[in-house]
Design a protein around this ligand. Structure first.
Ligand code: G3H
Ligand code: ZN
Length: 286
């Protein structure tokens, strides 16, 4: 069923595993991720960035596509459709109106008081509708769609500010920027685990780790042990599926039927997602 993230993340904290947010970009991504979740018997969060939503034809179309595929595949595992890095109150409301079951309001580029005010507005509307809300503090480096933060501007979240934001807004989960990066890492990631622990203790809500592509398993496990219950992955599926398209077209330059190269790309995404679900420990937790 289509659900908010609240129950799946609370269960994940209790069971010491993380639910993956896998971003969708088109039909094939959505098919692959839903099938992977059902076959792994794993809860799943479909991440939709504003840019990907536009690309696919708008939030309403995304919701209808997801619902139709869930019917077609007889999906029984919990699925959330989540706005990734919502840029404004208005965008979050648009997504909620279209049928999203969860939204992220990313006010991390605003001063703290403003971030809190915008986040609170989103929570007030969302909670009336049973929709979950994620917020962010600090700045996650790297690039995702319209969002680009260069290395010098990337900032670690301050625990006392995190505490204030979560307490004053009532968000369901929280993403403190602690050194993770959107897109591939340059060298080993250096995650601020001490702060992660502090933020979890202060706020008491499930934590979210953005920039899940390229984080070594030992860091994933450590983050989960410190209360991380949601891990976002986007780039890894893009890289592995693009590699498959390159390989297929390289081997058969005469090929032009999209099904012949997007089909194998879809298989690659499905395998990548299944491996992540096992790594995050969410397999057989639906
Ligand atoms: O919001 C989405 C994620 O944080 C994705 O990060 O593309 O580095 O996997 P990634
Ligand atoms: Zn992110």
């Amino acid at each position: 069923p289509l659900v908010s993230m609240t129950e799946m993340l609370n269960k994940a904290v209790e069971g010491k595993y993380a639910v993956g947010q896998f971003n969708i970009n088109n039909l094939e991504f959505t098919q692959a991720i839903l099938q992977a979740a059902q076959e792994e018997s794993s809860p799943v969060i479909l991440g939709v960035s504003e840019g990907a939503g536009r690309y696919m034809g708008g939030f309403k179309l995304v919701v209808e596509m997801v619902k139709a595929l869930m019917d077609e595949y007889k999906v029984t595992v919990p699925v959330a459709i989540h706005l990734d890095h919502g840029s404004s109150f208005e965008k979050c409301v648009q997504a909620m109106f279209a049928g999203f079951t969860s939204v992220m309001i990313d006010g991390s580029h605003h001063p703290l008081d403003e971030n809190i005010a915008i986040t609170k507005k989103v929570v007030d509307v969302a909670h009336v509708l049973g929709i979950s809300v994620e917020a962010e503090l600090g700045r996650i480096g790297g690039q995702e769609d319209d969002l680009s933060v260069d290395e010098a501007d990337a900032m670690y979240a301050i625990p006392s500010e995190c505490d204030r934001l979560v307490r004053e807004t009532g968000v369901d989960c929280f993403a403190p920027a602690l050194g993770s990066v959107h897109g591939p890492y340059k060298g080993e990631p250096r995650l601020g685990f001490d702060r992660m622990e502090e933020v979890q203790k202060l706020t008491g809500v499930p934590l979210v780790l953005h920039g899940g592509t390229g984080i070594p398993t030992k860091d994933i496990q450590r983050a989960i042990s410190l209360g991380t219950a949601k891990i976002n992955v986007n780039t890894e599926n893009q890289i592995t599926s693009a590699a498959t398209v390159r390989k297929v077209l390289g081997e058969k330059p005469e090929l032009y039927d999209p099904r012949k190269y997007l089909g194998p790309a879809r298989d690659t995404i499905k395998e990548t997602v299944k491996a992540k679900m096992r790594e995050f420990g969410s397999s057989n937790k639906a």
